[in-house]
Design a protein. Structure first.
Length: 389
């Protein structure tokens, strides 16, 4: 059902200048920029679409809205049609993505979110768009941290959602993570635009809906996320320095060689961070293995008679003084070798800031060779072919 513009909690709309500052922190972007925005039709994503439309217009760029119909409720067809109609009135080109076929019975929301992201990434790849904007906001971040805290997550989990995440296909950007939902409602109201309300957001069967009903204060969880994010950032920087010193990459074979002595002489947190990144890189997965699995792997590596094991679609073996991580044979046959970035932080900016950077980025994603300056810091290898395609 369409919302009738309820009053937000006396918070001001997000201004174009504030939004531009948030995007600037997530850049760089092509000139002119090309953005995709995931739009569910709620106030959060409608506000994001409106702000992104103004941002690209001021820079001579283009925008495309992607609307996903999960097909989980009979009303979703009409809701999607209304969203597409509103976007058309706003001058925002849009594409409808439909999740067809049989739906899972267990962990429905989690699997629906994953399928949504797969569909969004596929649509971006087909359109040649590198930057995908998602409308997660401060209230969403607080809920995420609350759920992970209840599961005793480590630093990675308590840091919450990242503002930037690179996959093999797109840069996923969340420019609204520090913005309360009330300000996004105020933003949509300022434009005079209605939105859709998803009843599943209030369904007590789902964990997030139960958290919203409990009306927990958001700030303590956001403070936890900020502190954990600072620790995670420091850990990632230290991990990169360790990678430069201890890792030798073989992009053609899709393998990574790590000096075992260097890995075992550093703090366990740092060793675990490097191993998680290396395994996700070689294995071609968007998410690294759980910390508990990494701890077990480190315990095995410390054993004098350790020879080999498997984890995260990788083979891990001792060869002399090196720990060698290679794709499992089945993955190597499918993908033909190659691997994703060891650390994404310096990777995309280095490419995009160079002349023809976007073309270079697309070439790397097809399996081409990255510039020597990037390889010099052992930051990237060739992107995995075949993931999600």
């Amino acid at each position: 059902m369409s919302a009738q513009l309820p009053v937000a909690a006396d918070l001001p709309p997000l201004t174009a200048e504030e939004f531009a500052a948030r995007l600037a922190a997530l850049g760089p972007f092509e000139r002119p920029p090309r953005l995709a925005v995931a739009v569910s039709g709620g106030p959060d994503s409608m506000a994001l679409a409106l702000l992104a439309r103004e941002w690209v217009s001021a820079r001579g760029g283009t925008i495309r809205a992607l609307v996903v119909d999960h097909g989980l409720r009979s009303e979703s067809v009409c809701e999607s049609a209304r969203v597409l109609g509103r976007l058309a009135q706003l001058g925002v080109p849009a594409r409808l993505l439909i999740w067809s076929g049989r739906k899972p019975e267990a962990r429905l929301q989690e699997r629906a979110r994953r399928m949504r992201l797969v569909m969004l990434e596929q649509a971006c790849a087909e359109a040649g768009i590198l930057h995908l904007l998602l409308a997660h906001h401060a209230d969403d971040q607080a809920e995420t941290v609350a759920m992970r805290s209840a599961r005793n997550s480590g630093i990675e989990g308590l840091a919450g959602m990242g503002a930037v995440r690179e996959t093999a296909r797109v840069r996923i950007l969340r420019p609204l993570l520090d913005v309360p939902k009330a300000r996004l409602i105020a933003t949509v109201r300022a434009y005079g635009v209605a939105w859709e309300e998803d009843p599943s957001n209030r369904d007590p069967r789902f964990e997030r809906a139960r958290l919203r009903a409990a009306s927990l204060p958001a700030e303590p969880f956001l403070a936890t996320a900020r502190a954990a994010a600072r620790l995670r950032s420091a850990q990632e920087e230290a991990s990169l320095r360790l990678a430069v010193r201890a890792i030798r990459a073989d992009p053609e074979r899709g393998s990574v060689w790590i000096a075992t002595e260097a890995l075992l002489e550093v703090a366990p947190e740092l060793a675990a961070a490097l191993l998680r990144r290396a395994l996700a890189t070689v294995g071609g997965t968007d998410y690294p293995p759980e910390r508990s699995a990494i701890d077990r792997l480190l315990a095995q590596v410390r054993q004098p008679h350790f020879r080999r094991t498997t984890l995260c679609r990788c083979l891990i073996a001792h060869r002399g003084s090196q720990l060698v991580i290679t794709p499992e044979p089945a993955r190597r046959r499918i993908c033909g070798g190659g691997f994703r970035s060891l650390t994404s932080a310096p990777f995309w900016p280095l490419l995009l800031e160079q002349p023809g950077g976007l073309c270079m980025m697309q070439e790397v994603r097809r399996g081409g060779v990255p510039p020597p300056g990037v390889l010099a810091v052992q930051a990237v290898g060739t992107a995995s072919e075949g993931r999600g395609s």
